[in-house]
Design a protein around this ligand. Structure first.
Ligand code: ADP
Ligand code: MG
Length: 286
């Protein structure tokens, strides 16, 4: 497809109001799912982040990494176990989680952003006490699966002010200095709230919230916070979509202006969301 010079300029001009609206604003992006597996999609996400940064936005990336943790456990001869969709995390598993998320995935993302012309710094919840955590409450014993107790966003604010792109691995620190494995969606929601971010964007492997999980054409383009409990009760929102929608709710309560769950399988879905008015997923609204 050949695009004429005139079309190119009009595309740029179309972005102008969005660039103006978001100039200087913090946008928290949760990066996970398929967008992390494919090289092409990975690069597209990083390009979007670098572009956002270069036009004056302040992106903050939070990443997951479940499949890679599973692969590493298998390589080390340890059998991954899940209860209600959550990884049973004994001390040895926690060590692997931390090595993969903080040591490997986090640094790969940082290197890729830097290669594409951004300046990224990788952190986990231990750096600057960013994520204080505690053992997740509940009836099932999951070991070192944690929940956010408190976010200390100062280190992120410092990095942002100095022109860096923070990249956060969802590992929290407990009162004894122990590590906790936290769902990256919750970290993104809490961090967006603590930073009073303008926008929270969650990338996932589906179109957004679907009225019928098995029907991609049943996308709900917006969902009101007040409708969320009944959608979960009715089983319409289930599994991995629950933390996502809960994290949007939490972020909205915490003062984040806009929250979106978008399709990370679409190349440059972040740019589509931010620079055009074509909605590309579900917006969770107050
Ligand atoms: P991620 O790696 O992005 O965190 P998850 O697998 O944890 O992905 O969560 C997304 C999954 O949630 C979807 O693949 C889908 O199977 C499930 N899901 C449950 N309810 C819904 C719904 N109403 N709409 C879309 N997806 C849903
Ligand atoms: Mg998930």
């Amino acid at each position: 497809m050949e695009i004429s010079a005139l079309e190119k300029t009009s595309i740029l001009i179309e972005a102008l109001p969005y660039i103006r609206e978001f100039y200087g604003k913090t946008v928290v992006i949760k990066y996970g799912g398929h967008a992390m597996q494919s090289c092409e999609l990975k690069k597209a996400v990083m390009q979007d982040v670098v572009l956002m940064h270069l036009v004056g936005m302040r992106p903050v990336l939070v990443h997951g990494g479940g499949p890679e943790i599973t692969q590493m456990m298998e390589r080390l001869g340890k059998k991954p176990e899940f209860v209600q969709g959550q990884r049973v995390t004994d001390a040895e598993t926690m060590e692997i989680v931390e090595m993969v998320l903080v040591g490997k995935i986090n640094k790969e993302i940082v290197a890729e952003i830097n290669r594409l012309g951004g300046r990224a710094v990788g952190l986990c919840g231990k750096d600057g006490m960013l994520i204080e955590a505690e053992k997740q409450s509940g009836d099932v014993e999951l070991g070192f699966v944690g929940q956010v107790r408190k976010i200390n966003p100062e280190i992120i604010q410092t990095l942002i002010a100095e022109g860096y792109i923070p990249v956060v691995a969802p590992v929290g620190v407990g009162p004894e200095g122990e590590s906790y494995n936290i769902n990256a969606d919750y970290v993104a929601g809490e961090l967006a709230a603590a930073l009073k971010a303008h926008k929270l964007v969650l990338l996932t492997d589906v179109e957004g919230i679907l009225a019928d999980k098995n029907d991609p054409s049943s996308l709900l383009s917006s969902v009101e916070v007040s409708k969320v409990p009944e959608l979960i009760q009715a089983g319409i929102i289930s599994g991995g979509m629950i933390p996502k929608v809960e994290c949007c709710v939490r972020a909205l309560e915490g003062g984040v202006a806009r929250t979106h769950i978008i399709d990370g399988r679409v190349p440059h879905s972040i740019l589509l969301e931010i620079f055009t008015d074509k909605g590309v997923g579900t917006m969770v609204v107050p």
